[in-house]
Design a protein around this ligand. Structure first.
Ligand code: AMP
Length: 490
């Protein structure tokens, strides 16, 4: 299905195309037409499903169809539990609305930062306000914003907002909203408290239930092992052997590394097969069949190849290297814990990858617990050569001056075993080959992933008991910078 069939206007379709999306996700296919038609929505969907665009795109379309007044009343209000999520939504609004003419104004506000810039940014009004509940009430209390003309209300991650103790704040906010409005509610779980809220809030909602296959479903246990680059293969072999893992899907950064790791696992007596874009379809099918029938214990994969892998009850996923895009982490670990079964997703993280780990944790809204690995097998092959490209093969020696053929061979970048380097890798370099191979001091850094002190979005108001589950806010300052307190022209 194409985005163009969803009834969106050209400026939005073009922005979506520029974002690189080729087709709408399942939730977008259902949500976008329904929101455009004015229906209330009750969606069971988590991060990673594309839910944000599912509500942002039709909201942009609806708001841009009527001229803004001055001062602009807030016409769409998006409530989220955490500042990270608020900032992410703000970034997506900016991305999808950049080609709209006339422009829409949007703003992200959350607690824990100075309120004054937010009050300034609200002067003149904004069309779309993304807010955490406590800060929104503060701003309303200061007369900085009114919400009595809101046409569309979004409650994102409603279950988390309730878990974090925002129910009273939400109720206060609901009382200030106009009676007639459209309501869109997103939640991963539906316990009694959420059901009460939805019954009160939604009128004849369209129910959407998106299987949590791409989400960090709660059944998936996640762990991070801090290791140095040179310890990764040893750590993987240790984990597989110590825990007697039988069906393990391992993600690699490049095709070349997938091949090399496969050889090393085989050398260590662990049956393994690589699956990636440079393998023939036959080789891929055989690798997958072997993995499914347990004759192959470890499948070593690239991201793209792994998208199509659907194995019921796949128990273990390992990120040998963290993906460049945090969203891919969610896709990767969604390979395990399927169909409600328990699963374990392990990431081997070296010091260079800490920024990626932070991005992942920001996206999934939690700190991934750090585990200790003792007794990494000492005779494990050092994987120095997995993170540094192997040396170029010697140039062919010709008696005559090198002719056209010899130059062509050198240019083609063939490696010793006849493979072309994986896409994105220049011969002789790897993304990690930046000179800190000897940095073993970063291995097993027990404190590295220690959760930062947690605070709730409006902890200044002292509304939360310490026992309540809260989302980690450690990325707040980054998120805040990213979201800029000033109202941005959407
Ligand atoms: P969300 O579930 O809204 O947090 O989105 C997860 C990720 O999917 C974000 O990085 C989005 O940019 C991305 N995304 C949203 N819609 C699409 C789409 N139709 N195709 C590919 N990626 C998408």
């Amino acid at each position: 299905m194409s985005f163009s069939l969803l009834g969106l206007q050209p400026a939005i379709l073009q922005a979506v195309e520029q974002a690189g999306y080729t087709q709408p996700t399942p939730i977008q296919q259902q949500a976008i037409p329904a929101v455009l038609a004015g229906r209330d929505l009750l969606a069971a969907a988590q991060t990673g499903t594309g839910k944000t665009a599912g509500f942002v795109l039709p909201i942009l379309q609806k708001l841009s169809q009527t001229k803004s007044r001055h001062p602009r009343p807030t016409r769409a209000l998006i409530l989220t539990p955490t500042r990270e999520l608020a900032a992410q939504i703000g970034e997506q609004i900016t991305k999808y609305s950049k080609l709209l003419d006339p422009k829409l104004k949007h703003l992200v506000v959350f607690g824990g930062v100075n309120i004054n810039p937010q009050m300034m940014a609200l002067r003149g009004g904004v069309d779309i306000l993304t807010a955490t509940p406590g800060r929104l009430l503060d701003l309303i209390g200061q007369n900085a914003v009114k919400i009595n003309e809101v046409e569309i209300l979004v409650l994102d991650e409603a279950d988390r907002m309730l878990d974090m103790g925002f129910i009273r704040d939400i109720q206060k906010i609901l009382n200030l909203l106009p009676k007639i409005r459209q309501n869109l509610l997103f939640s991963a779980t539906f316990d009694n408290e959420i059901k009460q809220l939805t019954n009160k809030l939604l009128k004849d909602p369209l129910m959407i239930n998106v299987a949590p296959q791409n989400s960090t479903a709660e059944k998936i246990e996640q762990k991070v092992y801090h290791v140095s680059k040179g310890q990764k293969t040893g750590a993987l072999i240790t984990l597989i052997e110590q825990n007697n893992w039988q069906q393990v899907l391992v993600f690699m950064a490049t095709k070349h590394e997938a091949n090399r790791l496969t050889e090393k696992l085989e050398a260590a007596g662990i049956s393994a097969a690589a699956i990636h874009g440079n393998k023939s379809q036959n080789a891929r099918t055989a690798a997958l069949a072997g993995f499914k029938n347990n004759s192959v214990r470890v499948l070593v994969a690239s991201d793209v190849a792994a998208r199509g892998i659907d194995i019921a009850e796949l128990p273990f996923v390992v990120n040998f290297a963290l993906p460049r895009s945090a969203a891919d982490y969610v896709h990767r670990i969604g390979r395990t814990g399927r169909a409600g079964k328990a699963g374990l997703a392990v990431s081997l993280v070296c010091p260079d990858e800490m920024p990626q780990l932070k991005q992942v944790e920001k996206l999934i809204g939690m700190k991934i617990p750090v585990a200790e690995l003792s007794g990494i097998v000492s005779n494990a092959p050092n994987d120095h050569d997995l993170t540094v490209r192997p040396p170029r093969p010697p140039r062919p020696q010709h008696k005559k001056p090198a002719g056209a053929n010899a130059q062509a061979t050198a240019r083609s970048g063939q490696t010793a075993n006849g493979e072309k380097p994986a896409t994105g890798q220049r011969p002789g370099r790897s993304p990690q080959a930046n000179g800190n191979q000897s940095n073993n001091g970063g291995g097993n850094r027990a404190n590295h992933g220690k959760p930062a002190p947690r605070r709730s979005e409006n902890s200044a108001q002292g509304q939360h008991s310490s026992g309540q589950r809260r989302s980690d806010q450690s990325g707040a300052s980054t998120a805040h910078r990213a979201a800029k307190p000033a109202a941005s022209q959407a």
